[in-house]
Design a protein around this ligand. Sequence first.
Ligand SMILES: [Zn+2]
Length: 237
Amino acid sequence: MSDIKIERVFPFGSREINYELYYQDRKTLGIKVYPDCKVRVTAPKNTSDDQLLKKLKEKAPWIIKQQNEFLSYHPLTPPRQYVNGETHLYLGRRYKLKVEPSNNNEVKLYGGRLVVFKKDNYTVESLLNQWYRQKAKHIFQETLINVLPLFHHYQINEPELHIKNMPTRWGSCTPHGKVILNPELIKAPKGSIEYVIIHELCHLVHHNHTKVFYALQEKMMPDWKKWKERLEFILNS
Ligand SMILES: [Zn+2]
């Protein structure tokens, strides 16, 4: 890109959309939203301001939606307090926490909220972690079963799945075919969970990170980079 970057602001409703504008030798106008919420517009050289604004207005709801989605992975989350109104991640989405005193301990997702019913003497944190772990167990196993048929040419046995907190990794595997996953992974989108499991299954075929390994991973999940990227945002949140 040998073009000059022009910084602009587009007012939309009560919001402002900041964007970088580039004029290029191209036929159509392109708009991209990046994980850091930056908006980049590439326009054909002869685009008039009117045409540009019309297109931006049309695309503004989509831009905001993308930004909100990326924002939910932003590494700006303060330490968890486990109080009403705080947001918590589950399968790549943020849910507002609601704490309800109750005679039973239970965690439920409903009405777009993560509701923790709790007895006295129990902490929201422990109930929530228990719930995450239970969901992790179930969903990881289900995902493993779903992706396993992709590997049917490679003669790997169905691996034993283990869940273990690991400070610096999402998954690992043993040469004997055990796959170990971090329960925190349940906070990531399903695609990212699939990516980690596929990555580990590829290791059961190639026990390394060589070119053949990556070729296999690419074959099994052509869009793995996107899901890996999303995971990296979660890691920091
Ligand atoms: Zn690996």
